[in-house]
Structure formats: structure tokens, C-alpha cells
Design a protein around this ligand. Structure first.
Ligand SMILES: Cc1ncc(COP(=O)(O)O)c(C=O)c1O
Length: 428
């Protein structure tokens, strides 16, 4: 059986009160379907087990996982902060009337224009990655001190894919806690009239299943907080621990247990600050994937099959790596099902392939399904995070629509692209 968080009734897969098959019929395929109730449930889980456990805690949704106007509104309604990494994400939040003082602006190389936009919008926190960003902001002559964190890298090995591990010593992100330059930069930020230096940020990687990686991160960071205080007399008010909580994609995965891990992180912060005789800082976490991944599926129509001389059986769907890049990018594993044949044994091994002109355009390498029929509606599970946000127009393929389903309510939150949309930026 595949990993499936959604109900099955009369052999049909449901999201909210709708069969996936009826949604596919009504809105066409490929189609991203997101269960709004499940996203809200995940946000509330973070609030209950983290934000409401201590006074000085905040949860920021890492919008890179999935962002549009409707998502910004939902994050605001649920009372979460918002982490953005580009002018585009920032602009989206502004247009959605998301409160700018709850924005945390990240990125290893924010452009001058993006930093100017962040100053104009008066965002809550800018997370500086390096001294160049400090210089850029100084040259923009901010009218008030800019509240900033500095991203540091404690060199923690989180056991995850190379591309989503961000805290190795040679990572492109942040400043090493082992370098004197970092301590000097903190001192400069603290002394500068242009900055209101608030503290440190760190994100050790994504798809982390082992809570001890976070515990090690906290221990390393608080040791560093102590060093900053002892050597420079600077107190750290805010410690942002990043995101990366691992989710289940397949039946074999074991998602991190948020109800056990989140309080454990706070306990660690509490006991370590006591042990090191430090002031308790405000603690922020930034989950992205763990809020949206499982809430999303992608529905496709099966259009053809092909058997190679070696016996490999391909199933071709009407989507591609343009709407599902993570298999090609990270060798990520997924599972699929035929949405109106959920009762049948999934005993055929298929290679689920897209329609892009690339041999690497495979969505699932070993996809277990019942014997497929042309026009079956197939869904790939757990596509809510880093799918729509990583989608492209490769081969000039059109981006699918995104719909939110909340019990019986359905709304289109991103329209399906048209051929005309493709030409909006073209000029002869
Ligand atoms: C700085 C930062 N915070 C939070 C996240 C969210 O990570 P995840 O979606 O794995 O929770 C990321 C992901 O790359 C990140 O770079």
C-alpha cells in the first residue's frame, strides 16, 4: 500500500468531500490539488507544540515550499510568520496584504533592488548571509536601523541529500562559526547605526528525520551565543533554528514525530541556556515542507504505455518534470495510485514517465499500480511542497492549475496556464 493521508470510499480517493476523479474531470489534468484542512492542521500542530509552549517562540512558514496569494492569506489567518527568499516572494506577500513586520527575508545573495524593497516594505527581519549584504544595506542609507539576523553555519551534518544539506562546512550559506571573521562581523553589525542586530539564524538542511540533528544544532549555536557574549559582550535576542522537519513520501519513510520533537527542541534550548548561564532568546523555527507536502497531490491522466525490448513498462502521463522536478533533481521517491481503483492490488511495476523531451523525465522509477488502462486518472502523493514552486515552462509546457479543497469548498488558487500566458513576456 502507498502512503496516503486521504480517505477512500467506494474504491475512490477523496480530498475533502470530493473524489479526486471528479476534481480531475472538473478542472482538467495535470492538476495540483491541496487539502486546505490538512495544511491548517499542520500549522496548528506547530503552534500547539512550539509557539504556544513558551512565551518567546515563533513559527514562520518557509514560503519557498509553496506560495501564492491564497497561501499568504492562510498563513496570516493562522498567525504564523512568513519566511521569504526573493523579491518575488516578498512582493507576493505584500500583494496579499500579509503584515510586513512578520516577514523574515532570507537568501545567500539578495540583490540591491531586493534589499531596497525589503527596506521600503519595512520587513520584520532581514537575515544577512555575508558582509557584502551588510555593505549593500549601508549604501542604501536606511532611515532607521534595520533589524537583522546573521546566518551562521555550525557545520552540523544532517543526514539528508547533498543538495538539501545546507550546513556542511563548505556550504554556500551563511558564515562559519569557526571563523574569526564571523565574530568581527557580528561586532560591526552590533556597533553600526544602520543595523539593529538581533541575533543568529541557522538552517542545517531539509528532510531531517533524526531529532538529534536539531539538538546538536541548538547545542552548537548556544555555545556560540556564549562565545559572542563572553568575547564581545553582545547578547543574542533571537535564535532562528530554520526548518527541515522530515516528511513521509513513501510507505517506507518515517516522518519526524513533531509532537515529540518540537517540545524536545524547546527543552534543549531551555536546559542549555540555563547550563551556560545565558538569557533565554526568542526561538524561531521555519517549517516549509512539513506544512504542505502531504496536503498536496498531483492528478494526471494516463495517455499511453510502452514496453521496451528488455521488458521495461512505461506509463506516460500528461505531466512531466516541468511540474514534478524532485525525482530528477534529488532522486526523490514517490508513490502513486489510480484514484478510482483504490481497491485493486497494486502489483504491476511501471516506470512513470512524463512528456518532456528528456530521458531523465521520470516521475517514479518503480511505480506500483494495478494494471493501468488508458484514461485512468493517476495521482502522485505528497506533492504539496517544492512542486508548484519549482515548476517551469520547460518545453513550453503549461503550468497546471492549483486548487484548494476544504471539505466541500473548492477554489482555484492558481489558474491553469494558457498558450497566451506563455507569450506574455515574448517580444519580436
Ligand atoms: C533558511 C531556510 N529555512 C527554512 C527552510 C524550509 O525547509 P523545509 O521545507 O525542509 O522545512 C529552508 C529550505 O530550504 C531554508 O533554506
Amino acid at each position: 500500500m502507498s502512503f496516503n493521508p486521504f480517505p477512500i470510499k467506494n474504491h475512490q480517493l477523496y480530498i475533502g468531500e470530493h473524489t479526486v476523479s471528479s476534481l480531475a474531470q472538473q478542472f482538467g489534468t495535470p492538476l495540483y490539488i491541496m487539502d486546505e484542512a490538512l495544511m491548517r492542521h499542520q500549522m496548528r500542530l506547530f503552534k500547539q507544540n512550539f509557539k504556544h509552549k513558551f512565551i518567546n517562540t515563533e513559527v514562520a512558514y518557509a514560503s519557498k515550499a509553496f506560495l501564492n496569494l491564497a497561501m499568504c492569506r492562510m498563513v496570516d489567518e493562522e498567525g504564523l510568520h512568513l519566511d521569504v527568499v526573493s523579491g518575488g516572494e516578498l512582493y507576493t506577500a505584500k500583494q496579499a496584504k500579509y503584515p510586513m513586520d512578520k516577514i523574515i527575508f532570507h537568501g545567500n545573495h539578495k540583490t540591491r533592488d531586493e534589499l531596497q524593497l525589503a527596506l521600503d516594505y519595512k520587513v520584520g527581519l532581514i537575515v544577512l548571509d555575508n558582509p557584502f549584504e551588510m555593505d549593500t544595506i549601508q549604501h542604501l542609507h536606511p532611515i532607521q536601523p534595520v533589524p537583522v539576523l546573521l546566518r551562521v553555519n555550525p557545520g552540523i551534518e544532517a543526514h539528508t541529500h547533498d543538495y538539501i544539506a545546507t550546513s556542511r562546512l563548505d556550504s554556500k550559506f551563511g558564515m562559519s562559526i569557526f571563523s574569526d571573521e564571523t565574530l568581527d562581523l557580528i561586532e560591526q553589525l552590533n556597533q553600526s547605526e544602520h543595523f539593529d542586530f538581533k541575533g543568529l539564524h541557522c538552517h542545517i538542511g531539509s528532510q531531517i528525520f533524526d531529532g538529534t540533528s536539531f539538538v546538536k544544532e541548538i547545542q552548537a549555536l548556544l555555545q556560540y551565543v556564549k562565545r559572542v557574549f563572553d568575547e564581545k559582550g553582545i547578547e543574542i535576542e533571537i535564535l532562528n533554528l530554520g526548518g527541515g522537519f522530515g516528511v513521509q513520501y513513501t510507505a517506507e519513510d518515517h516522518a519526524i514525530d513533531l509532537e515529540a520533537t518540537l517540545p524536545q527542541l524547546l527543552d534543549t534550548v531551555y536546559s542549555e541556556t540555563l547550563r551556560l548561564n545565558l538569557q533565554m532568546p526568542t526561538i524561531i523555527i521555519e517549517p516549509g515542507r512539513s506544512i504542505v507536502a502531504n496536503a498536496g497531490i498531483t492528478a494526471y491522466t494516463i495517455g499511453a504505455t510502452k514496453q521496451t525490448p528488455s521488458g521495461k513498462e512505461y506509463v506516460f502521463v500528461d505531466g512531466s518534470m516541468a511540474d514534478h522536478i524532485r525525482t530528477a533533481l534529488y532522486q526523490a521517491k514517490y508513490e502513486a495510485a489510480l484514484v478510482d481503483r483504490m481497491n485493486e492490488m497494486a502489483d504491476h511495476h511501471y516506470t512513470l514517465a512524463g512528456r518532456a523531451c528528456e530521458s531523465g523525465d521520470i516521475l517514479i522509477h518503480d511505480c506500483l499500480l494495478p494494471k493501468v488502462e488508458i484514461n485512468d486518472i493517476l495521482c502522485v502523493f505528497s506533492t504539496g511542497a517544492y512542486h508548484y514552486s519549482m515548476s517551469s515552462n520547460y518545453n513550453r509546457l503549461l503550468k497546471p492549475a492549483v486548487i484548494f479543497v476544504n471539505e466541500d469548498a473548492i477554489r482555484i488558487v492558481n489558474k491553469r496556464e494558457t498558450y497566451e500566458d506563455l507569450l506574455t513576456q515574448d517580444r519580436l
